[in-house]
Design a binder for this molecule. Structure first.
Ligand code: GAR
Length: 209
């Protein structure tokens, strides 16, 4: 099985969805550890309850972003993961960090990228009058929320939606989408090549159609 480390900053519901999906005997990956930049992240105790080792690296314990990342990279060196899954990790990784795990970092973002990168996505989608919203799992590249898309899921935006009701609807889809996307990366049916998503085994569209 591919060794996966999940990165969280908060409640960790996506991490939990990944952990549960990967427990299936025939799933090609397993969550071997959870790393948080917040020692108080609610997801840490959820991971521990499943017997998953957790590591917290508070940014304030380090003098610089470089030192913070160096500590995380050192732990990753010991864990030797194949894949990193950012699951509500609210910190931008440096270019050097991303290059170290190029093509092996996934992120989930609660919008239909390239629409609404960054924060407050649900309120922005409502304010823009969108009738459809959703979530995206993508490969992580240096630009924030810019990497090539692996999978997207959509939900309707309802007339009386608030950011809270919309985010709850999107989150339920996130929990289905992320395990599917990780499955595809872990079993080799998707990869990143030259900054693009490639699906080696998918059949080309018949010519002339
Ligand atoms: C999720 O909705 C995730 O898509 C979002 O944070 C939430 C984390 O929830 N991520 C981002 O906004 C990243 N820019 P969780 O901790 O319960 O998985």
């Amino acid at each position: 099985k591919k060794r996966v480390v999940a990165f969280i900053s908060g409640g960790g519901s996506n991490m939990l969805a990944l952990a549960r999906a990967t427990q299936a005997a025939d799933y090609p990956a397993e969550i071997i550890a959870v790393i948080s930049d917040r020692p108080d992240a609610g997801g840490l105790s959820k991971a521990q309850a499943l017997g998953i080792p957790t590591f917290a690296f508070a940014r304030r314990d380090f003098d610089s972003k470089d030192a913070h990342e160096a500590a995380i990279l050192a732990e990753l060196g010991r864990l030797s993961p194949d894949i990193l899954c950012l699951a509500g990790y609210m910190r931008l990784l440096s270019g050097a960090f991303i290059q170290r795990y190029e093509g092996r970092i996934l992120n989930i973002h609660p919008s239909l990228l390239p629409l609404f990168p960054g924060l407050h996505t649900h309120q922005r989608a409502i304010d823009a009058g969108m009738t459809e919203a959703g979530c995206t799992v993508h490969f992580v590249t240096e630009g924030m929320d810019e990497g090539p898309v692996v999978l997207q899921g959509t939900v309707p935006v309802l007339r009386d939606d608030t950011a809270e009701t919309l985010s709850a609807r999107v989150l339920r889809v996130e929990h289905l989408l992320y395990p599917q996307a990780l499955l595809q990366l872990a079993n080799g049916s998707v990869r990143m090549e030259d900054g693009r998503t490639v699906r080696p085994l998918s059949r080309a569209h018949p010519s002339g159609t």
